[in-house]
Design a binder for this molecule. Structure first.
Ligand code: ATP
Length: 192
């Protein structure tokens, strides 16, 4: 049985904050692997800031392909949209009955978790790992027993910072994986 951490997001684009966190969890927590689950564009919420699904997936693959404990998961592209995490977790469990999935959630998203579709069912049926984000306190004593709070190093980077820096013509290559930077630079004119 493999213990897989599921790290969902728009990854628009994937950056060193995502990669360092996932790397840390693979090496210093109970997880064997982390799967980056790229979420598709919500067709009801078209957002010009959101790069194409295929590009976000491609960049995530480029950033993760050198490290055997990372995988990119595109299951939400095959599921009905909008994708709700509970459906994704159930579909994954069915496809990979021998894996144990743990949802990885930042403290920022944890604050919103009660509003997620079937939040109670997620907690009842799946493991959840909450990690710190700057500005969001988590009270360890208030967490349900299936939720683990992990201490991780914090890197203050966001995809928004990367996109805005590109728009401003800044060279922020060290905030993304070198292969991601190379690809972005080739496409830069069409992205901004
Ligand atoms: P944006 O700036 O476009 O909102 P983002 O950088 O927050 O994007 P997401 O794709 O929304 O990236 O992130 C996916 C997940 O990664 C989210 O749960 C988010 O909380 C987390 N995350 C984002 N940045 C970091 C970081 N620097 N360190 C650890 N986790 C991060």
């Amino acid at each position: 049985m493999k213990r897989i951490g599921l790290f969902g997001g728009s990854f628009n684009p994937i950056h060193i904050g995502h990669l360092a966190l996932a790397n840390y969890l693979c090496e210093f927590s109970h997880l064997d692997e982390v799967w980056f689950m790229v979420s598709p564009q919500n067709p009801l919420k078209r957002n010009a800031q959101l790069w194409d699904d295929d590009l976000r997936l491609e960049l995530a693959r480029l950033a993760t392909e050198d490290y055997p404990k990372f995988k990119v998961c595109d299951i939400e592209f095959q599921l009905p949209r909008p994708s709700f995490t509970i459906h994704t977790l159930n579909a994954l469990k069915e496809t990979y009955p021998n894996h144990e999935f743990t949802l990885i959630i930042g403290a920022d998203n944890w604050a919103l978790f009660p509003r997620w579709r079937s939040a109670d069912e997620i907690i009842a049926r799946h493991k959840v790992l909450v990690y710190p984000r700057p500005g969001y306190e988590v009270d360890k004593d208030e967490l349900p027993p299936s939720i683990t709070l992990v201490e991780t190093p914090l890197l203050e980077v966001s995809s928004t910072f990367i996109r805005e820096s590109l728009e401003a013509g800044k060279d922020v290559r060290y905030f993304v994986h070198p292969k991601v930077w190379e690809r972005i630079i080739k496409l830069q004119k069409s992205l901004i």
